[in-house]
Design a protein around this ligand. Structure first.
Ligand code: SF4
Length: 388
């Protein structure tokens, strides 16, 4: 029997608030599999999966964990996600993991991988140095080498060799998952009142702690359920939210943006769920397939240098595709990649006459009224402009 959107939301909310990762622990008992954590923004989940492990997204502790020990590791002028991650590690909450991957997102994550090795000296820990060169012969070759090494190491840890056949099967499953998530994003873009971002976000985020096939089925079920509702009639302003690709805003903040009169019709939340803009090849050498997908089809973000992406142009293109009226820059406080990127994006928006507003947040923020007033005023202003 197909569940309603409310029932699906209750399911996803349970996962969102569960800092004990019970869903992953249940999966481990049921399957005998392993669990390998990864930090934002991108990690090769297909390889983890092919090694017989669930790739588990560790995206901070939100606003429902009082961080005490994690604060002792870091200075005050830094984003919040490394503090809550260390706090969860220190408290034993992440002991169910057999390993942890730290992609080269920024210096904070690099530093965190070192802290992690101090806190968890016996756990498999790997700093994943993703390429910043996007030619096949340089970045592609480097990345293929990194992926082969990772596959070898993970296979030795889990006891499940990452064969070509297993990896091709994993690539196919994650391709299917990405298609489902993209279908959900398309539904929200076309009918945002039917699939609000506060729901879409929780649905997509659930994939960080679920088996990939179960998550694909969940997304498909939500799409079916959302198509069956009678959406409210709302005259909201269409916006895209940019900058929250790593530390995640509290769900209350997303709801506040929506309740202020905005339809969020594109975002970069949980970006790994749709990292490749095309499917990775499901035939041939699977390591090469993942490496080439990365250098050819990675979504443009602030954490990678890509001359090809042309960042300002990329955000303008996103605005056009989403038929958005404006851009909300929502970056974590002290997030160097997001905040360094912003002036380049703003310059291009200025050139194109696209309105924008900006604020910063922390994952544990508890006061949303000022943001609601800011985005509400922004939405009203855009509506007035569009009438004029
Ligand atoms: S929020 Fe920004 S600065 Fe902090 S770890 Fe993530 S990318 Fe790095």
């Amino acid at each position: 029997m197909t569940r309603t959107t409310a029932e699906l939301m209750a399911f996803a909310e349970d996962l969102y608030y569960d800092l004990d990762f019970k869903s992953v622990k249940r999966w481990k008992v049921k399957t005998g599999g392993h669990a390998i954590g990864f930090m934002p923004v991108y990690a090769p989940r297909e390889i983890v999966h092919a090694a017989g492990a669930m790739p588990v997204g560790i995206v901070g502790a939100g606003d429902w964990l009082e961080v005490i020990r994690g604060d002792a590791y870091y200075q005050s002028y830094l984003c919040h996600i490394p503090r809550s991650t260390i706090d969860m590690a220190e408290s034993g909450r992440l002991d169910f993991l057999e390993g942890m991957l730290f992609p080269s997102t920024c210096d904070v994550i690099r530093n965190l991988s070192g802290m992690w090795q101090i806190v968890k000296p016996d756990m498999y820990t790997r700093y994943v140095d993703v390429p910043q060169n996007f030619t096949d012969g340089v970045g592609g070759q480097f990345w293929a080498h990194e992926l082969r090494t990772l596959a070898q190491e993970l296979g030795e840890r889990t006891g499940t060799e990452v064969t070509d056949e297993r990896l091709r099967a994993s690539i196919a499953l994650f391709n299917e998952n990405r298609r489902a998530v993209c279908d959900l994003y398309s539904l929200r873009r076309d009918e945002p009142a039917r699939a609000p971002t506060s729901e879409v976000y929780l649905m997509v985020r659930a994939g960080l702690v679920m088996d990939v096939e179960d998550h694909t089925a969940l997304i498909r079920e939500y799409i079916t359920a959302a198509r069956n509702i009678t959406p409210p009639e709302l005259d909201n302003a269409r916006v895209i939210v940019v900058g929250a690709f790593c530390e995640q805003p509290p769900i209350g903040l997303i709801k506040s943006i929506e309740r202020s009169g905005c339809f969020v019709v594109d975002d970069d939340l949980i970006l790994i769920s749709r990292w490749f803009t095309d499917n990775a090849a499901e035939t041939g050498d699977p390591i090469e397939a993942l490496a080439l997908a990365f250098v050819h089809d990675s979504v443009p973000t602030a954490v990678m240098y890509s001359a090809k992406a042309g960042r300002g142009k990329a955000v303008v293109e996103r605005v056009r595709v989403a038929r958005a009226e404006g851009v909300i820059f929502a970056a974590p406080s002290f997030c160097t990649p997001a905040l360094l990127d912003q002036p380049m994006l703003v310059a291009e928006l200025d050139r194109e006459g696209i309105p924008y507003t900006a604020f910063k947040f922390a994952e544990n923020a508890g006061q949303f009224q000022p943001i609601r007033e800011q985005t509400g005023t922004f939405a009203d202003t855009m509506k007035l402009w569009s009438v004029a």
